[in-house]
Design a protein around this ligand. Structure first.
Ligand code: NAP
Length: 235
């Protein structure tokens, strides 16, 4: 029996991933910072609910304590994420971006991953097949964003892509530090969710495909790697 925790699973790609993993037989904890939104999602798909705000150390510690008391966790999906968008759904450009905007995005997308990893690594270490999937982005690829012929090249902002580049580095460093775990980062593709004002061209069903696949990485599978649905991506 595999137990999986997904952060920010009350909607979007996280919720769809939870639905798919429950169908595959996992016991899934829906991590949600808002209990009411989390409860609705967990009831909808038959998941367990855990209050978890990745920007709040006490909330992360309490979630780890609850899940430990219930028997632990095998798979952790660091999915919670935010992007800075203006009133017209526009992304602030490099010159308009402030340190405070970057701090807010990093607090969720980067420090949030570290908070959750730090609290859950001892639980994962007790699993016979521990797996971590980090939700990265093609916008975190220095190769893609600097290539004029790549769609990612047109993205104007600083906060979100730098946060996802940091998630790539976290993935590499955690994977080296914990060789018994399979720790990878995935790019789900540009997907219509609240994160981007539903401007993405993929569905959450399509996006969840690579997340679900990597959540089922076997003990002899890849670690410290960066994938989208078509295969490995350049850093
Ligand atoms: N959509 C895309 O095109 C795309 C592309 C590449 C990567 N991604 C990544 O995929 C992941 C999921 O994004 P999505 O598109 O599904 O976005 P979404 O629909 O906006 O969902 C984001 C989830 O994160 C939660 N969240 C935000 N801040 C949180 C916090 N401090 N603590 C706990 N949960 C928090 C949200 O909860 P609330 O409901 O409480 O706000 C929500 O459940 C993100 O890491 C994103 O960067 C998305």
């Amino acid at each position: 029996m595999t137990t999986t925790l997904i952060t920010g699973a009350n909607k979007g790609i996280g919720l769809e991933t939870a639905r798919r993993l429950i169908a595959a037989g996992h016991t899934v904890y829906i991590g949600a910072r808002d209990l009411e939104r989390g409860r609705r999602a967990a009831e909808q798909i038959g998941g367990r609910l855990v209050q978890l705000d990745v920007t709040d150390d006490a909330s992360v510690a309490a979630a780890a304590k609850t899940i430990e008391a219930d028997g632990g966790v095998d798979v952790l999906i660091n999915n919670a994420g935010i992007e800075t968008r203006g009133p017209d759904n526009n992304v602030p450009g490099a010159g308009e971006t402030t340190g405070e905007m970057i701090r807010e995005v990093f607090d969720t997308n980067v420090f949030g991953v570290v908070r959750v990893m730090h609290a859950f690594l001892p639980l994962l270490a007790r699993s016979t097949a521990p797996v971590v999937v980090n939700l990265g982005s093609g916008l975190g690829s220095l190769t893609a964003v600097s290539a004029p012929d790549s769609p990612a090249h047109a993205y104007p902002g600083l906060a979100y892509p730098t946060s996802k580049t940091a998630v790539n580095m976290l993935t590499v460093q955690y994977a080296k530090a914990f060789p018994a775990m399979r720790i990878n980062v995935v790019e789900p593709g540009y997907t219509a969710t609240d994160l981007n004002g539903h401007s993405g061209h993929q569905t959450v069903e399509q996006a969840a495909e690579i997340v679900v696949r990597m959540a089922q990485t076997p003990p002899d599978g890849p670690t410290g790697s960066y994938f989208d649905i078509s295969g490995p991506l350049p850093w």
